[in-house]
Design a protein around this ligand. Sequence first.
Ligand SMILES: NC(=O)c1ccc[n+]([C@@H]2O[C@H](COP(=O)([O-])OP(=O)(O)OC[C@H]3O[C@@H](n4cnc5c(N)ncnc54)[C@H](OP(=O)(O)O)[C@@H]3O)[C@@H](O)[C@H]2O)c1
Length: 348
Amino acid sequence: MATMNFGGVNETVVTRNEFPLEKAREVLKNETIAVIGYGVQGPGQSLNLRDNGFNVIVGQRKGGKTWDKAVADGWVPGESLFEIEEACQRASIIQYLLSDAAQIEVWPRIKPLLTPGKALYFSHGFGVTYKERTGIIPPADVDVILVAPKGSGTSLRRMFVEGRGLNSSFAIFQDATGRAWERCVALGIGVGSGYLFETTFKKEVYSDLTGERGTLMGAIQGLLLAQYEVLRENGHSPSEAFNETVEELTQSLMPLFAENGMDWMYANCSTTAQRGALDWMTPFHDATKPVFQKLYAEVAAGNEAQRSIDSNSQADYREKLEKELKALRESEMWQTGAVVRKLRPENN
Ligand SMILES: NC(=O)c1ccc[n+]([C@@H]2O[C@H](COP(=O)([O-])OP(=O)(O)OC[C@H]3O[C@@H](n4cnc5c(N)ncnc54)[C@H](OP(=O)(O)O)[C@@H]3O)[C@@H](O)[C@H]2O)c1
């Protein structure tokens, strides 16, 4: 563990310097890791673990496209690819990476396979934190641990292949063996994390639900659309509105403040832009903070979790989702986006 100062606040983090891959391999040398589910996180985590030299198998229900995808990725049926229950039986560490709704449905079949001394691993605090709603209550004699990569499983894999790493949080919910910490951190390093920061299951789920509903996904669409609409209502063309709202942000400015911070980006734009950005950042902050406060309260009350469980467990969930996504895709702003993407020189 290393102590780092984050803007005046000390936090302990784990990096590959203190916990190198060789140490992770040593900690897990007698373990069989079963990655259950081959959706988004499943492929990223299992392939990274495999390429890092761990003993890993995949558990996936048979008969669908996902099983075929696992086979295409080199997992061999009967050797390294099994039905969910068989993989759980064979494993000492079970990485429960089904969708959060499927975790609830499949749990009664998993629970009896969690024999003493095994570790149950999550990448989201959802199932355990909202246990009254999900029914996911692990037996007392297994380790219950979490590594939550802060990004998509696709990015986790992509960045690993590029020799980079996605930051992850980690948490121990239950230490039955006395080895929960080292198992957890070794898995965090093994799946290809950048640095690891410690959290709790509850804090992970509260921050994650807030983040994805907020600036990462929900708020960003709301904010972009509001500006796009105002420009359009004032007679600006779709091209102009989209470029001033989305394209410049994603293509030009975001990479700059990702690399060097916001002050650097402000310092390296026109003086006109600088003055305006500095003056307007506070009204935008003040207008949106109450919405973030309301969002956090809804998450903490469990209402957001309940809404997700209710909606994601409906049989026609995917159909309804596709309808909503179609509406987004066919909105003028994103139709314009599709044309703008086509016009990028690299796509011509
Ligand atoms: N998405 C991300 O990048 C991300 C990021 C950080 C954390 N997480 C967390 O990681 C975990 C996995 O998320 P994910 O997005 O990777 O999941 P996902 O893609 O939605 O998971 C799909 C997997 O669940 C299986 N599944 C669905 N319904 C099932 C059922 N009724 N019975 C058996 N299997 C079923 C699917 O098999 P079929 O294809 O056969 O249906 C597939 O293997 C979650 O806890 C999530 O919160 C995800």
